[in-house]
Design a protein around this ligand. Structure first.
Ligand SMILES: NC(=O)c1ccc[n+]([C@@H]2O[C@H](COP(=O)([O-])OP(=O)(O)OC[C@H]3O[C@@H](n4cnc5c(N)ncnc54)[C@H](OP(=O)(O)O)[C@@H]3O)[C@@H](O)[C@H]2O)c1
Length: 286
């Protein structure tokens, strides 16, 4: 393992016209328990968001359904007016009926309403990256992606991405709009999305792995990365993120945290270069 001289994990292009640093930040830990309701520590949440930008993060991943709207409003409170290079990636298409309850609704009029509400709550005129949070199996995909493409033409969306999809669904969605990114569950310990990652690499889509720390399982002391952590002098969360960064140049992890200390620790993973041997050893652990 070596430390990179410039202390950066490099950049990644989204849609060919946005360049972002390869370690982003996901805000799902900021609303109340079960990603429902108000933050239990709104001032702490604002501090984390401000620190994220100070540390050089310029992609923040949110969704209308986080709260709902709690996360969007916290982002606006902490960071608006936004730095010029800050990309806020948001999502629509999941409804909420209570803590931990998520149900897809992809009717075009609902997606349109939620894009409008994202714009309002975030204080934006255009969303840089709008991801369809889930494909609603009850609604034709052409209607779902088609409505987003229409809003793109209207200037309300810059780029369109997908979330939790299979390769065939990316291919189908690409008939109705230009798809620039995919956000799927993927981390050292959960690699079912390998075929989707390979597709993203081949077609120059950004691959944004959600649960990059396996909701904290990979970050905790005594977990599968403990021994490697001692050997390589890096924390378990840093190794989980460094593994993702080395796994593919198309990957942009968005680790979530409600703690400034964890945020700083996670961002320092960008300074770590795993050599091939260490990378393979971690791959076998997962
Ligand atoms: N597209 C989708 O369907 C989807 C689904 C889920 C998530 N996401 C996105 O993915 C992002 C990341 O997911 P996530 O936040 O749920 O899971 P995660 O990033 O895998 O892990 C977050 C958990 O790890 C803990 N943690 C973070 N850094 C740590 C550190 N250095 N040491 C110890 N513990 C640490 C956090 O607790 P603390 O708060 O105490 O640090 C939290 O419990 C979300 O914010 C969201 O943007 C998308």
């Amino acid at each position: 393992m070596t430390s990179k001289k410039n202390g950066a994990s490099g950049t990644l292009s989204i849609g060919g016209d946005i360049s972002v640093n390869r370690l982003g930040y996901g805000v799902m830990q900021l609303p109340g328990p079960g990603v429902w309701g108000e933050s239990q520590d709104p001032e702490g949440a604002v501090r984390v968001l401000k620190r994220a930008v100070e540390l050089g993060i310029n992609l923040i991943d949110t969704a209308d359904s986080y709260g709902p709207f709690t996360a969007d409003l916290l982002i606006k409170k902490a960071l608006h007016p936004y730095p010029k290079d800050l990309v806020i990636a948001t999502k629509v298409g999941l409804t909420r009926s209570g803590p931990k309850d998520w149900r897809p609704v992809g009717r075009p009029e609902y997606l349109r309403q939620q894009v409008e509400l994202n714009l309002r709550h975030l204080g934006l005129e255009r969303i840089d990256l709008l991801q369809l949070h889930r494909i609603d199996p009850k609604v034709p995909l052409s209607d779902q992606v088609g409505e987003l493409a229409l809003m793109q033409q209207e200037g309300k969306i810059r780029h369109i991405g997908l979330s939790e999809v299979q390769v065939e669904q990316i291919q189908e969605a690409s008939r109705y709009a230009s798809i620039v990114s995919v956000q799927n569950l993927y981390n050292l310990a959960h690699r079912d999305a390998e075929p989707v990652l390979a597709y993203c690499e081949a077609h120059h889509l950004a691959f944004i792995p959600w649960f990059p720390l396996a909701t904290g399982e990979l970050a905790k002391p005594g977990g599968i990365l403990q021994e490697a952590s001692e050997r390589l002098h890096a924390t378990p969360s840093q190794l989980a993120l460094a593994w993702l960064l080395k796994r593919s140049p198309s990957i942009l992890p968005i680790p979530g945290t409600s703690s400034v200390r964890h945020l700083e620790e996670n961002m320092a993973a960008g300074d770590i270069s795993l050599n091939d041997q260490d990378f393979e050893a971690l791959t076998r652990l997962g």
